[in-house]
Write a protein that binds this ligand. Structure first.
Ligand code: SAM
Length: 322
């Protein structure tokens, strides 16, 4: 895999968890284990399940409907769940300390390493522009605004579900002085965004690229990359190949390799590290972080083992041409 060019520092993986399963017989003694290695047996059973899943593909006609009406399926999702879904954001500032912009914020000391938006007297410098793509009901946006309250952070956010965007705007934490929420289909050829090219410090892609048709991912990333300032970064977290969610799909839900439709018509793709790397580097960005977070979650009551895999990455628009 291509590494970061000389323009960037190749940062190490942050400390995510500290509980390791060194004695397999003790697996049910805790709820979760970090950095779990997959042995050959696990890989083989996952491969067999995926083979079975992909034997029956969703018919083309239905596939077209899921693509053409994708935003309506998400609208229905948000009409049912409103803001009761995707709540768990305990990992946001641990995984992306960059989002603690100012050192006078509520971040942990370890997390406030980023002083992009402040000078030596902790005074606001130039505005820090963040864009969250596929923001849903704001479960990332509002923690960012709260954590950086009183600093010079401005958050743009979009979703192609009108219902999601209205839920963001109607949230009591929404403040138009610090946030602009708008409807936009980022996979479409027509973009109408309220900021200029080369103007964003961070673009956040959290569990959203997986909802886009794989054939449209590259053009979407190419376009997003143009809106980053030199030195600006895309922060990415999404489902990894073999994640429990992928293995739990029943035959008949597969659209194409690693791409599935849920019962409610919303879709999800499962990435390999290599695919993620290719998408961002093809768009001219350089890697500053890329790893798979492999956790084993345990249901102690039911004695169930659930293997979770998320891919986390950061890619920067180079400051200089390499
Ligand atoms: C799995 S949800 C994640 C929501 C949010 N990022 C979070 O982590 O809470 C995926 C979101 O992406 C949005 N989405 C999917 N395709 C999109 C597109 N082409 N343009 C804009 N938003 C999209 C969906 O409406 C949905 O809100």
């Amino acid at each position: 895999m291509e590494e970061a060019s000389g323009c960037t520092e190749n940062r190490k993986k942050p400390q995510f968890g500290t509980r390791y399963l060194n004695e397999p017989e003790k697996v049910f003694q805790h709820n979760a284990w970090d950095d779990v290695e997959w042995n050959e047996e696990l890989k083989q059973s996952a491969e067999e399940k995926l083979k079975l899943n992909s034997q029956t593909l969703v018919p083309t006609e239905d596939q077209e409907k899921y693509e053409n009406e994708a935003n309506q399926f998400w609208d229905k999702f948000y009409n049912i769940h409103e803001n009761r879904f995707f709540k768990d954001r305990h990992w946001l500032f641990t995984e992306f300390p960059d989002l603690c912009i100012s050192s006078n914020t509520n971040c942990d000391e370890d997390n406030s390493q980023n002083n992009i938006g402040v000078d030596s007297n902790n005074k606001a410098k130039e505005r820090v522009n963040i864009f969250e793509v596929g923001c849903g009901v704001g479960n990332t946006v509002f923690p960012i605004l709260e954590t950086n309250a009183g600093s010079n952070v401005f958050v743009y956010c979009c979703d192609f579900s009108e219902t999601a965007v209205s839920l963001v705007k109607n949230n009591s934490l929404f403040d138009p002085n610090y946030c602009h929420a708008f409807v936009c289909d980022i996979s479409s050829d027509v973009w109408n965004v309220p900021f200029e090219e080369s103007s964003l410090d961070f673009i956040i892609l959290v569990f959203v690229l997986s909802a886009i048709h794989p054939e449209k991912m590259q053009s979407t990333i190419n376009r997003l990359a143009k809106y980053l300032k030199p030195g600006g970064e895309i922060l990415f977290r999404d489902y990894g190949k073999y994640d429990m969610v992928e293995l739990r799909f029943k035959p008949g839900r597969c659209l194409s390799e690693h791409f599935y439709v849920r019962g409610d018509g919303t879709r999800v793709y499962f990435f390999s590290e290599e695919e993620v790397h290719n998408l961002f580097t093809t768009a001219g960005l350089v890697q500053t972080q890329l790893y798979s977070s492999k956790r084993l979650q345990v249901n102690r009551g039911k004695q169930l083992k659930m293997y979770r895999i998320w891919i986390q990455a950061k890619y920067m628009r180079p400051l200089c041409k390499s």
